[in-house]
Design a protein around this ligand. Structure first.
Ligand code: TRP
Length: 334
């Protein structure tokens, strides 16, 4: 049985929210059934922008793992591991650096944008410029066929393919297969203020959050500003609560009624928020139960990571053993 191979990664920069759930994790969980999946917590990538203040990276790795496991990523089905535990990522990154043209890296739109936007951090480092080289190594070291990512990673994926092609050009056709992007149908999940859900906006609903705290956030959300009184009709298209309904409300009949009820002042905002909360609660309940189980057992988490790294290393080491002679390096005498 030869399943296609999937690789994807997330940087351990903090707790994951419902945007990550709807935009990535739900899809990752589904992919487990069809593919051989490698999911990595890419701590080297986090360090590229956090190097001046790395104190939370360790805890962030554990938190992300808990978020992953609780949403249903299953260590029996997928290989779950920490990037730095598999040194072949760093090793292949160096090998790819031999052929990665500086021009490609300077032209990377994500690089330009991050240097502009994160002015409080000094990102003019050698490693940060090479972010896409390490990302290419992550994928290519497993010869992954498919990489589930959002639109924002398209430029990085194109670079991964170009780097693979150029490596093959110098060192041997088909050494590193070009990976395909598996574009995640990402519903844009808005946060509690209507802007895109993002930790830095303080508008997030977290995967690890308890029901009461989720309800408090939903209850106090702003709605259509023109709907001041319960008797005023509202416009769902101007309401962030409705935007979240559109992602998580799985009951089209009810959604239709809410839309009509809002426009005719048949229902109040609190009624609408209670219905949204019910949908989110139902979705979160199994997630919460899995989390409780894993949280009780820190040794289990360590075992999962050790097992994941062990499995990943076998594949990654195999790739490196093919590449060394192809690159013309002198093998160590047996
Ligand atoms: N750059 C990705 C992000 O910010 C994270 C990442 C690193 C990744 N290596 C990867 C994603 C390899 C897919 C494949 O989301």
């Amino acid at each position: 049985m030869n399943k296609s191979r999937v690789f994807s990664g997330m940087r351990p920069t903090g707790a994951l929210h419902l945007g990550h759930l709807a935009g990535a994790l739900t899809n990752w969980v589904d992919l487990q059934e069809k593919y051989e999946c490698f999911y990595s917590i890419v701590d080297w990538h986090a360090l590229m922008s956090n190097y001046a203040d790395p104190g939370e990276t360790r805890q962030n790795c554990i938190d992300i793992l808990l978020d992953w496991l609780s949403t249903g990523l299953d260590p029996e089905k997928s290989c779950l591991f920490i990037q730095s535990h598999v040194p072949q990522h760093a090793e292949l990154s160096l090998a790819l650096a031999m052929i990665a043209p500086l021009g490609w890296l300077y032209r990377n739109p994500t690089y330009k944008e991050q240097i502009q936007n994160l002015q409080n951090k000094d990102l003019s480092t050698y490693a940060f410029l090479g972010y896409p080289v390490l990302m290419a190594a992550d994928i290519l070291v497993y010869k992954a066929d498919k990489v589930p990512v959002g639109e924002d990673q398209s430029a990085h994926m194109e670079l991964s393919r170009e780097i693979a092609r150029r490596f093959n050009h110098f060192f041997g056709e088909n050494l590193l297969p070009e990976p395909q992007t598996l574009l995640t149908p990402t519903p844009k999940v808005p946060g509690t203020d209507g802007r895109k859900m993002s930790k830095s906006y303080g508008n997030s609903l977290y995967i690890s959050e308890d029901p009461k705290s989720l309800w408090d956030k939903i209850r106090t959300m702003i709605t259509d500003p023109a709907r001041e009184k319960r008797t005023d009709p509202g416009d769902p298209n101007k309401c962030p609560v409705w935007d979240i309904h559109k992602v998580f409300n799985k009951d089209p009949e009810q959604a239709k009624e809410i839309d009509k009820g809002c426009r005719t002042a048949g229902i109040g905002c609190i009624d609408c928020k209670k219905m949204l909360n019910a949908h989110i609660s139902a979705m979160m309940e199994p997630i919460r139960q899995r989390r409780v189980r894993y949280e009780k057992d820190p040794a289990l988490l360590t075992d999962i990571l050790a097992e994941g790294a062990k499995r990943a290393k076998v594949v990654a080491q195999n790739t490196m053993e093919e590449l060394y002679p192809a690159m013309g390096l002198l093998p160590l005498a047996p």
